[in-house]
Design a binder for this molecule. Structure first.
Ligand code: CMP
Length: 140
């Protein structure tokens, strides 16, 4: 499996509880490198655009409100099989279903405030990375 990149977002519930470092440690311990990172407060338009794929879902408006409720940390993670590895480290979307020892099992508050987002495929990763970062900001 080749080295690939994925987009990760540490969500407002986690930044509010000062968990950025603890979550980053999980990524690094799993062999993922943080090759780009920035903290930002998303506008409503930005959150709507990022989650446009979910706009018909019943949770869309709440999700946009939550994602704009505080700062997030957007990051590019790089490593072997990074998309899948990141999803393993995060655990299931619903923390009640996430395996023990995963970020969401250990830190998430609920299915919405679930501490971290990770791209679900390498195609979406490329698109999501472009949403937040230019090439010059990614240093492998
Ligand atoms: P994320 O990986 O960021 O992708 C979409 C987000 O929608 C998801 O994590 C959850 O935080 C949020 N969400 C809220 N309710 C649901 C739901 N019922 N099913 C899936 N995702 C949900």
């Amino acid at each position: 499996m080749a080295v690939e990149r994925t987009l990760s977002i540490i969500k407002p519930d986690a930044t509010r509880r000062n968990l950025t470092g603890k979550i980053n440690q999980r990524f690094e311990d799993a062999g993922l490198r943080i090759v780009a990172q920035k903290r930002l407060h998303l506008t409503t338009a930005q959150a709507q655009a990022f989650y446009a794929v979910h706009k018909e879902r019943p949770f869309y408006n709440d999700l946009v409100s939550f994602m704009t409720s505080g700062p997030v940390v957007a990051q590019v993670l790089e490593g072997e099989n990074a998309v899948e590895k990141n999803r393993e480290v995060m655990g299931a979307t619903d923390p009640a279903k996430a395996d023990k020892g995963t970020i969401r099992a250990d830190f998430a508050e609920n299915i919405e405030a679930n501490s971290a987002h990770g791209s679900d495929s390498s195609e979406n990763a490329a698109q999501e990375i472009r949403f937040f970062f230019s090439d010059i900001e990614i240093v492998g």
